[in-house]
Ligand binder design. Structure first.
Ligand code: GLU
Length: 331
């Protein structure tokens, strides 16, 4: 009896050694780099796919893949859990997470680290001309898509509605607001379908323009993009300084004949402290040496430039990324 259990133990140890040796060899050959993006009808998604392809092709030993997610807030959680190594996140959400405020008040994420600032993400309040909605104030009593659960879009929708004293029906009791919308937590693709079908009246979309979901609606319906005027943006900036005033140029979308003043935040790439310095250095280097791949994947890729890669980063830079920028003399 005894002899046989020792013998069995021996086999287990031997197998464990083989497995350990095998996985050690694999680990040396391949490092997995998962990239969290957003919904399929956004901008993070095509850019993330291009980035993962670039990293797999250009960084030896790296196997990178991108995945669709609920976007910014969800991506911070995925990073924190160690499910992904890199994520696209809005700069306002990174700031809240890193400092443990707003939705991260009980869940400070101070291991987040910056890799690069990317491009402006425009807050687009999209409706149909037939809906007769001309201002955020007209959303009262309407059914509105506010972004996927745990998206940055949803945070922006809530803050902007609040600037007009409008809340969600579901939070009526907690906010005490009497002007309400019925909030629908939808991805960009779902919001596009439901706006086309007349199920919802309007949709908030925070993404680089032109956004595939908005192009999709405009292809078959007469759309209107509702302005968020500069004075409202000024007011928003007091508590939330990451909002900036921007304009969506006329004819960005079919049937949009005039410029639309609105607001934007910035997209950025983030990682976490534990990802090895050399790996982040290699990824950052490959990102910038092959930035044309991102420029080809979406029009906003044109805004992704090394000169602005560090501008206004709301979080500590990862040591590997910092090494690259210092080498290139980028401040
Ligand atoms: N910024 C959006 C969000 O976090 C996602 C944008 C995109 O998918 O391109 O909700």
């Amino acid at each position: 009896m005894r002899a046989s259990s020792v013998y069995r133990g021996g086999i287990i140890v031997a197998l464990a050694l083989i497995v350990a040796a095998g996985s050690g060899a694999i680990a040396q050959q391949r490092r997995f780099v998962n990239v969290a993006t957003g919904g399929t009808a956004g901008v993070y998604f095509p850019l993330g796919a291009a980035l993962a392809r670039t990293w797999t092709e250009k960084v030896s030993g790296v196997q990178s893949s991108s995945q669709a997610t609920g976007a910014s807030v969800a991506n911070v959680n995925l990073l924190q859990k160690g499910d992904v190594e890199v994520a696209f996140v809005q700069n306002d959400i990174v700031y809240y997470a890193f400092n443990g405020i707003e939705m991260f008040a009980r869940d400070k994420q101070d291991r987040l680290r910056g890799m690069a600032m990317l491009y402006p993400e425009t807050i687009q309040l999209v409706t149909l001309q037939s809906k007769n909605i001309n201002s955020v104030a007209d959303l009262r009593g309407k059914r509105v898509a506010v972004g996927a659960p745990k998206s940055g879009t949803e945070v922006n929708a809530r803050q902007i509605l609040r600037a007009y004293d409008i809340g969600y029906t579901i939070t009526q009791r907690t906010t005490g607001l009497t002007n309400l919308i019925t909030a629908e937590f939808l991805s960009f693709a779902e919001a596009a379908d439901q706006l086309k079908d007349g199920v919802i009246d309007a949709a908030f979309i925070t993404a680089g323009h032109p956004t595939a979901a908005v192009q999709d609606i405009a292809a078959s319906r007469d759309i209107k993009i509702v302005s968020i005027p500069a004075n409202v943006v000024e007011r928003l900036r007091e508590p939330y300084p990451y909002y900036t005033a921007v304009t969506i140029p006329a004819n960005t979308y079919r049937g949009q004949t005039a410029d639309v003043p609105t607001t934007a935040v910035m997209a950025m790439l983030v990682t976490r402290q534990e990802v090895p310095e050399d790996l982040v250095y290699q990824l950052t280097k490959a990102l910038w040496e092959n930035v044309t791949a991102l420029q080809q994947a979406h029009a906003r890729g044109r805004d992704i430039r090394t000169e602005t890669a560090r501008n206004g980063m709301p979080v500590t830079m990862h040591a590997g990324a910092l090494r690259y920028y210092r080498e290139r003399n980028i401040r």
